[in-house]
Design a protein around this ligand. Structure first.
Ligand code: MEV
Length: 419
């Protein structure tokens, strides 16, 4: 049976972890080889970006203990920062057995077509509205596959904007992109109707591109942490920390950075465009005119802590790197994701978990204790140690309460001399 509750997973060797994944996720030899080598072949990499000179690897881990809408899920996360995967796993454990609840909107993306140099902008706007069926048909003729799948352009809207260089007409096309992130489909459609829009309005086409602020495609996730689990004092401390994030933008930025630690790591592991998700998330929290935390924290009547998040999330499980990067495919397989919205829902839950973990540490023992423990091993590796040596150096630095690059170097030199 598949489970995300892999007790002591972090204490196992990499081979043992792979053994567990092999069994419960039905990974084959080829999958394990991909995981060990980073997955991407140089010939594929060379076709993905320009001026390619090689590959850049990141560690891939799995967050344990996640239960999303009643289903246990191991969550692949790719990132360079220690403690993020451990923090997510621990926070997820603390809200069991209930776990997280998540839901998402239909996958509708907004494309924008800017038209300038129009004499009668208001009359042009009306004409665009009157031609909406023709425009939708034209847009949909560019993506019959998407239309067959139930997606496609669904709505056209137009508004007049006053810019510094004069009035402009902004036509917006709303496209159901199904399981795609949507940038390609939407951009193609926007470009395809721009000529017709020039005819209708007498204006000139300028920008034709999707918006990463996809407010029609939001995801929501929440979980409850019981007062018996966290402790009443800790809940008060977390609420104080949250209050600061609500009232100070400098803190809100770091608060949200901690959330995006988790969300981005899932995006990278799943081969998704994390910059798009980042841009949308930060813009969304500012919609009311002030930059706010992405999460909300409140105490329930019974004293338990409820954490929730809502953010736009354009993710895909078809197209782009989700198809060309073998590890992205493998990550989706490990998560058992069948549709793009499920990926968004899992990522949003990880964001809430990372936020809870960060606030709990910040408001109580401080972030450095746990952080340094994990950094110690990195310092040891950077000093030249590997395997057991690195573990020994890390333990010694923690014992001494002196976790630093210089101490790791000293200890590594001492070990080398002993040999
Ligand atoms: C570090 O990567 C993330 C934190 O700074 C987040 C936060 O302060 O909430 C710990």
């Amino acid at each position: 049976m598949k489970t995300s509750r892999l007790e002591g997973f972090y204490k196992k060797t990499l081979e043992e972890r792979l053994g567990i994944l092999r069994e419960q996720e039905e990974l084959g030899e080829a999958d394990v080889r991909l995981l060990k080598t980073g997955g991407l072949a140089l010939e594929v990499a060379e076709r993905m970006v320009e001026n390619c000179i090689g590959m850049f690897s990141l560690p891939l881990g799995v967050a344990t203990n996640f239960k999303v809408n009643g289903k246990e899920v191991l969550v692949p996360m790719a990132l360079e920062e220690p403690s993020v995967i451990a923090a997510a796993s621990h926070a997820a454990k603390l809200c069991l057995p209930e776990g997280f609840h998540a839901e998402s909107d239909e996958p509708v993306m907004r494309g924008q077509i800017q038209l300038v140099g129009i004499r009668e902008t208001e009359a042009a706007r009306k004409k665009v509205q009157e031609s909406k069926d023709e425009l939708l048909n034209l847009a949909n003729s560019k993506d019959s596959v998407l239309v067959k799948l139930g997606g496609g352009a669904k709505k056209v809207e137009a508004r007049v904007l006053q810019g510094a260089r004069g009035k402009m007409l902004l036509v917006e096309l709303f496209v159901d992109v199904r399981d795609a992130m949507g940038a390609n489909a939407v951009n193609t459609m926007c470009e395809s109707i721009a000529g017709k829009l020039e005819e209708i309005t007498g204006g000139k086409r300028r920008a034709r591109i999707l918006s990463n602020l996809c407010t029609e495609r939001k995801v929501r996730a929440s979980a409850v942490w019981k007062k018996e689990t966290l402790g009443e004092e800790t809940i008060e401390a977390i609420l104080d920390a949250y209050d600061l994030a609500v009232h100070d933008m400098y803190r809100a930025t770091t608060h949200n950075k901690g959330i995006m630690n988790g969300i981005d790591a899932v995006m990278v592991a799943a081969g998704n465009d994390w910059r798009a998700v980042e841009a949308g998330a930060h813009a969304y929290t500012s919609l009311q005119g002030r930059y706010l935390p992405l999460t909300k924290w409140e105490k329930r009547k019974n004293g338990d802590l409820l954490g929730s998040i809502e953010l736009p999330m354009a993710v895909g499980i078809v197209g782009g790197a989700t198809r060309s990067h073998p590890l992205a495919k493998l990550s989706l397989k490990i998560m058992g994701v069948q549709h793009a919205n499920e990926l968004a829902e899992i990522a949003a839950c990880v964001g809430v978990a990372n936020n809870l973990a960060a606030m709990r540490a910040l408001a109580t023992e401080g972030i450095q204790k746990g952080h340094l423990r994990l950094h110690a091993r990195n310092y040891a590796i950077a000093a030249g140690a590997s395997g057991e040596q690195a573990d020994a150096i890390a333990s010694r630095m923690i014992e001494e309460n002196n976790v630093s690059h210089s101490r790791a170097l000293e200890l590594f030199q001492q070990l080398k001399k002993k040999k």
